[in-house]
Every structure is written in structure tokens, then in C-alpha cells.
Design a protein around this ligand. Structure first.
Ligand code: BG6
Length: 510
């Protein structure tokens, strides 16, 4: 019986209504690596609409058949499971390709014509999902042109949804402008801003851990929590992304989006309902509550650093400044650590320490909640000289876990304690099929559920919170930029940021 330890089989989700899935940037990497494998997984799980058309749009010259073959080849390489040709045939039964330039309105008129023909013949009821897998430089032009061609106007019962990828701007001002421009073309409930961190099961599970258990929430506050650490350590380096990365840096690339998704789910107040509206309001609210620092404080409470040469997983990594398309005198950070304070009743006085970096010793994404220590008084007259720390950790990558550390007595007559760990590992309980992480997001967009997507206010609140750091660093130039060896746990300055408060980062190599 569910509730007594055994779980009832989960209800089968419904199939979405018939629709067309239109990809802009259809000849690009995202389409082959992630979108089509994700669509394949949905098709294999019977979670695509019964009537479904896939339409590609990009600059490259291709026939419908060539497009279809290209997608098939991509699946051979990137599918997350063994490919069943019957499923592929079902997925690609209705596929067409339109060649077009992002800024040429005539090409969108052609797209409209082809789409309407398909919709007539395949009876997809006029429902459309537009996926913008295009670079930020042509993102707005593409949006303008689809809207101008009348493709996104919702008339009658048909829905028209648009998925947009990050980056949503490069600072607060540009994010506001982008949101305003988008909202002149589309209604907020048509815009689905993806942050792929919300496609990760363990990230979604943070809300369930907190709000579906009576156990944690009563102690989830400043009375019991000492501090929170959020780590996204990567072993990958800048590789061939120098052009994009050198202009962005670790803070823009990771913090207002991915790290803040984790922070907001951990810190938000309970929403009144498990629905897109209330959940997203609470998430935006908590980001609004992050204390805005003046320039001197922003410098004091942040560390930015760049990797030097080194070894990661046994392979040599060249210094960041020598990577392709990176300026030899670049002052772009590849690592950032921040100390943030959330100014509300629940979190006053509880620091949130965030760190993320490339070319680090280990890949590890986790949230660690450190509880206040028990009074030591009772053990004063014993052999015990200290207590182990109580951490609750939510492991997101590479292992999907929840672990609790506590003190236990070492068996035997002597009074000795040891820190032990109780660990839940997803893979021991659930045998979820491997996925790209995009399946749920695409499915949700088809059924119109925006809970796992970013709303304009949430995006802007994220940029508002990091803007003081961007400004202070810009004013300081290269002054204050630290370094770390590739393959290390980050710069000494990051350790000092916590040591100053009498605390320590959790090691990446546990
Ligand atoms: C992307 C960043 O959004 O997220 C990359 O642009 C980063 O720089 C990636 O490597 C990390 O995603 P994940 O899922 O591997 O943690």
C-alpha cells in the first residue's frame, strides 16, 4: 500500500494534444545532440501527440529527405537508448524542412505556407511549439519574424508556444530589454524560458524533499541551519567555446540561472499550490530578497579566478588564456565564489556560499545544508574532543543522492564517536531510463505547464542579485582576479572566503 513504504505505480501521463514542433536552428548541434534524442525518448514512451509533425528551419540547403536522414544519423550517435526503427519511423512520419535566413521575412512566409499545408493534411489542429535553438545574436530577429508572419498568434483554440534557450541577456538591463521586446511579440504564457537545470530530476526533487515531508521544513530556517553551500564544479574546460565564454565568464554563464535555480528551490517559501503561478512567484520573491551589496562589499564577498595549466582526470589542460578564441590578456573568470545573504525572516544571518568553476578536480554538483552543532557540554568530561558536522547534502551530479551525516557511537567500551552517513541513491530505488534531461521540459511545454520554466520576473531578479558583482569587477578590471591550477579545488582565496567566517568548503574529492 502506498504510504506504508511501498510505492504505487506512478500514473501514466496523458498524451499531449496534436501539434507541430518547429525547430529554428535545425541544422545545429542542440537539435542533433539533445532535441531529437529527447523527442525520440518521448515517442518511445508514447508521450508524443498522436498527430505530430516535425519542422526544421535553418540557413543550410537541404531537402526534406536529407533533413530526415540527418536526424536519423544524429540519433545513431546521440540516442540515450537502443534505437528502435519503428519508433524512429513514427517520430519522423511527418517531417519537413524549410531553408531560411533568420532576418528574411519572405522565408517565414514560406514557412507559414508549408506549415499550414502540413497542418491541414496531418490534422495537428494548428497547435505549434517553436523551439529557438539559435545563437543569441539572431534570437530576437527570429522571434520578430515568426510573430510578424502571424505564426504565433493564438486564435480559436490552437496554442502557440515558444521555447527560448539561455542566455537571457548579459546583465540586468539587457535582460529587461529582452523581456520587454519579447512581451511585445508574445504573451508571457506563450514564452517558455528553459533552464536545463530544471529538467534534472534531483533538482525538481528539492521541492518534494522540502514540502512533501513533515520532517525537514520545521528545521529549515535560521534557528537550525548554520549555512548553505551550493557547488557546481566542472572538469570540462572552455574547450572550443572561447568566443562565447570569454565574453561571458563563469558568473554570467552559471550563477543567475543554474545556481540560482538551486538556491531558489532550497530557500523559497512554501507556495500555496504546486502550480506554475505560485511556485514561480515564490522563486522570484526569494531572489528579490538577496541582499544587494555596495561595490566594496561586493569585492569582499566574492572571489573570481581563472585557471592556469594543469592536469584534469590525467589529461593536460592548457591555461585558459591559451585556449582558442580567448584573449591572451583576458580577465574573464572561469571560477567564482560568492557569499550571499537572504534578507528575510527565515534566512536572516544564514550565509549562502556559492561556487562554480571549470577545469576543477572533480565534477560535482551539490547543495549542502549545514545544521547548527549540538551543545558540546555533555561531552566535556569524556574522551571526545569534537562532534562531526551535521550536513544534509543533495547530490545532483554525477551521483543523484540525498545524504545525512550524523554522529554515531563507535562500538566498544570506549566512548568514541564517528561521523557516519545515511544515503539515498536514486538509482537504488528507481530504474529511470537514461534521458537527455530535455524530455520533461518539452513534454511540459506541449501540455502548457510552465512550472519548470523561468518567468520574466525570475530572470530579472536573478540578474539584479548578481549585478553588484558584475559592476564591482568591471570597475576593478584585472585587479583582484585570482588563479588556480587546472585540476585543483579552486583558488586559495575561495577557501579564505569561508575561513574568514570559521567555515570550510566541502571537499570535491570525497
Ligand atoms: C551550460 C553552460 O548552461 O551549462 C556550460 O553554458 C556548462 O558552460 C553547462 O558547462 C553545465 O551543465 P551541466 O548539466 O553539465 O551541469
Amino acid at each position: 500500500m502506498a504510504g506504508d513504504g511501498e510505492t504505487a505505480p506512478p500514473p501514466k501521463p496523458r498524451r499531449p494534444e496534436p501539434c507541430s514542433f518547429v525547430i529554428f536552428g535545425a541544422s545545429g548541434d542542440l537539435t542533433r545532440r539533445l532535441l531529437v534524442p529527447a523527442l525520440y525518448n518521448l515517442a518511445a514512451a508514447d508521450l508524443l501527440p498522436e498527430r505530430f509533425c516535425l519542422v526544421g528551419f535553418s540557413r543550410q540547403e537541404m531537402t526534406d529527405d536529407q533533413f530526415r536522414d540527418r536526424l536519423k544519423d544524429g540519433l545513431k550517435e546521440f540516442a540515450t537508448a537502443k534505437v528502435d526503427p519503428k519508433v524512429v519511423d513514427r517520430l519522423l512520419a511527418c517531417t519537413c524542412y524549410v531553408r531560411g535566413e533568420a532576418n528574411n521575412p519572405d522565408d517565414y512566409a514560406t514557412l507559414r505556407q508549408r506549415l499550414e499545408q502540413l497542418e491541414d493534411s496531418s490534422k495537428t489542429a494548428g497547435n505549434r511549439l517553436f523551439y529557438l535553438a539559435v545563437p543569441p545574436s539572431i534570437f530576437l530577429d527570429t522571434c520578430r519574424n515568426i510573430a510578424k508572419a502571424g505564426l504565433t498568434k493564438e486564435d480559436g483554440n490552437a496554442w502557440r508556444h515558444v521555447i527560448v534557450e539561455k542566455p537571457f541577456g548579459t546583465d540586468l538591463e539587457s535582460a529587461k530589454k529582452l523581456n520587454a521586446a519579447l512581451l511585445r511579440l508574445l504573451k508571457e504564457d506563450q514564452i517558455f524560458r528553459i533552464d536545463h537545470y530544471l529538467g534534472k530530476e534531483t533538482v525538481q526533487n528539492i521541492l518534494i524533499l522540502r514540502f512533501a515531508n513533515g520532517l525537514f521544513e520545521p528545521i529549515w530556517n535560521r534557528d537550525h541551519i548554520d549555512h548553505v553551500q551550493i557547488t557546481v564544479a566542472e572538469t570540462v574546460n572552455v574547450e572550443r567555446r572561447g568566443r562565447f565564454y570569454d565574453a561571458a565568464g563563469a558568473l554570467r554563464d552559471m550563477v543567475p540561472n543554474h545556481l540560482f535555480q538551486l538556491l531558489s528551490l532550497v530557500a523559497m517559501e512554501p507556495p500555496a499550490r504546486f502550480d506554475a503561478g505560485p511556485v514561480r512567484s515564490e522563486k522570484a520573491e526569494i531572489l528579490e530578497a538577496i541582499q544587494l551589496l555596495d561595490p566594496a562589499e561586493a569585492l569582499k564577498d566574492s572571489v573570481r579566478a581563472q585557471y592556469l595549466g594543469g592536469q584534469v582526470n590525467g589529461s593536460a589542460v592548457v591555461p585558459y588564456r591559451e585556449a582558442p578564441d580567448v584573449a591572451p590578456d583576458s580577465v574573464t573568470e572561469t571560477f567564482v565564489a560568492l557569499k550571499l545573504q537572504i534578507e528575510n525572516w527565515r534566512w536572516a544571518g544564514v550565509p549562502f556560499y556559492l561556487r562554480t568553476g571549470k577545469a576543477m578536480a572533480r565534477r560535482r554538483t551539490e547543495v549542502a545544508i549545514k545544521f547548527k552543532e549540538a551543545p558540546f557540554a555533555m561531552f566535556r568530561a569524556t574522551e571526545i574532543d569534537r562532534l562531526a558536522q551535521n550536513f544534509l547534502t543533495i547530490g545532483i551530479q554525477p551521483e543523484e543522492t540525498i545524504a545525512l551525516q550524523f554522529n554515531a557511537k563507535v562500538p566498544g567500551p570506549a566512548m568514541a564517536l564517528e561521523g557516519v552517513e545515511m544515503k539515498f541513491n536514486y538509482r537504488d530505488y528507481f530504474d529511470a531510463a537514461p534521458s537527455t534531461g530535455y524530455e520533461t521540459l518539452i513534454y511540459d511545454c506541449m501540455i502548457g505547464d510552465a512550472l519548470l520554466f523561468q518567468r520574466a520576473d525570475g530572470v530579472e531578479a536573478g540578474w539584479r542579485a548578481v549585478q553588484p558583482f558584475l559592476d564591482a569587477w568591471k570597475a576593478a578590471g584585472g585587479k583582484g582576479l585570482a588563479t588556480y591550477a587546472a585540476g585543483s579545488e579552486g583558488p586559495e582565496e575561495a577557501a579564505a572566503l569561508l575561513a574568514r567566517d570559521g567555515r570550510r568548503w566541502r571537499s570535491l574529492s570525497r
